[in-house]
Design a protein around this ligand. Structure first.
Ligand SMILES: Cc1ncc(COP(=O)(O)O)c(C=O)c1O
Length: 406
């Protein structure tokens, strides 16, 4: 049996929506993007949502808008995809890496210890779709002693008067904290709509604006929309209107708008997202039910009274194995036709960051999580029989490598 790791969910409704866009004569940013923004807004309860062409580009734009620059620091977990830190570096600032806990998440205390007078933002990462504790993180950045350390250097920073909380919600579309969408707690959350994500536009990102008073989120949306279009006062659709040719450029913006042809895919998917999420939950729960029978497996964090996942990944860990035994297990699993993955190689282990002086020894929990982790396939199209097969394949791989060590 061949089981891919994460194929996109493409059904007839997706095909129909894409075809309709092709036939409409308008394929770049236009009505489909607006509709997708409205649908994300309805789903999350966040009124102002801006779609862009990736999480990465959206994060760079938000940090630039915040006025993050050389000499500034932004706190990120060491255990994430590099885009989280690269966005910071593209603004000239320093990503300050913090170790994670056994649930793969940055902690409030970790953030507290990393805050300096240079800190402008913190980017917690909802690893695997498991949301960070944004209530506590927001409380921390609002503490009088933490606010007193903050040195605002841009108009936006002055308006906010504290460290900005930007959620890396790349994995967590549909995740909840205290029964509300996790995005309604942080200042800004950015979803990734990349091909392997729960909701996709092939490539894409969605920025949810939830800025506190005295911000006007609609004004921020309008400004950022222009910023995502070269700082141009009119989008292509408006310029395309008869007589609508004249425009102005009012800032050195980026060119990171989402095209309608991409939005069409996400639009078809979001209309059935409740179903898609329930299917992911089915797979997640079935894995947990089958894997918990073996004491050598460590299951990922499970929904509780205050948090629920978007089930983006199933990050299984195996107790008491080394990194090379984990690698051997993946090779064994591959022999049975099952594609698995590892999330993530901690950033300090990657050449770029190592060369900059980050050292994995400073992040023991990130290394421990990584060295024992195997991400199992999880997506709506997986059948229960396939899940049973995957569990059998993983269990046999463990038996093989553990018997080899006796
Ligand atoms: C945690 C995390 N943050 C950010 C990104 C970047 O997303 P994108 O590919 O949409 O730029 C990813 C992508 O995999 C991710 O996993």
């Amino acid at each position: 049996m061949k089981i891919p790791f994460s194929p996109p969910y493409i059904d007839d409704d997706v095909r129909k929506e894409v075809e309709e866009t092709l036939n409409s004569g308008w394929i770049t940013t236009g009505p489909k993007v607006r509709s997708l923004e409205n649908e994300i807004s309805k789903y999350t309860g966040i009124q102002n949502v801006l779609c862009v062409n990736s999480w990465t580009s959206g994060a760079i734009m938000i940090l630039k808008w915040l006025g993050v620059k050389e000499g500034d620091e932004v706190i990120v977990p060491a255990y994430t995809y590099s885009a989280t830190a690269l966005a910071v570096m593209h603004c000239g600032a320093k990503p300050v890496m913090v170790d994670v806990d056994s649930e793969f998440l940055i902690t409030v205390e970790g953030i507290r210890n990393a805050i300096t007078a240079r800190t402008k933002a913190v980017i917690p990462v909802d690893f695997a779709g498991w949301p960070c504790d944004y209530l506590s993180i927001t409380k921390l950045v609002c503490e009088p002693s933490v606010k007193a350390m903050f040195i605002p250097e841009s108009e936006i920073q002055m308006k906010l008067g504290r460290i900005m909380v930007i959620a890396d919600a790349a994995h967590s579309f549909g995740a909840k904290q205290n029964s509300i969408p996790a995005v309604s707690i942080s200042d800004i959350s950015i979803y990734s709509l990349h091909a392997v994500k729960n909701l996709t536009t092939a490539e894409g990102g969605a920025i949810c604006l939830n800025l506190p008073e005295p911000f006007n989120n609609l004004d921020a949306y309008k400004y950022l929309r222009m910023m995502s279009l070269n700082g141009q006062t009119k989008d292509a659709l408006a310029k395309n209107e008869a007589g609508g040719w004249r425009y102005d450029i009012i800032m050195p913006g980026l060119k990171i708008n989402m095209p309608d042809i991409c939005a069409a895919i996400g639009l078809a998917q979001i209309k059935k997202y409740d179903f898609l999420l329930a299917e992911r939950k089915r797979i997640f729960n079935l894995y947990s039910e089958l894997l918990q029978k073996h004491s050598f497996f460590q299951l990922p964090p499970h929904d509780n009274d205050s948090q629920s996942s978007s089930y983006h990944l199933y990050p299984l860990r195996i107790w008491n194995i080394t990194e090379s035994q984990r690698d051997q297990m993946i090779e064994e699993i591959a022999k049975s036709g099952v594609a698995v993955n590892v999330h993530f190689i901690p950033m300090p282990m990657l050449t770029l960051f190592r060369d900059l002086g980050y050292n994995i020894e400073d992040f023991p929990c990130a290394f421990d999580n990584y060295s024992r982790e195997i991400s199992l396939p999880i997506y709506p199209q997986l059948t229960n029989e396939q899940v049973v097969y995957i569990v059998k394949s993983v269990t046999e791989a463990y038996s093989k490598i553990s018997s080899g060590n006796k």
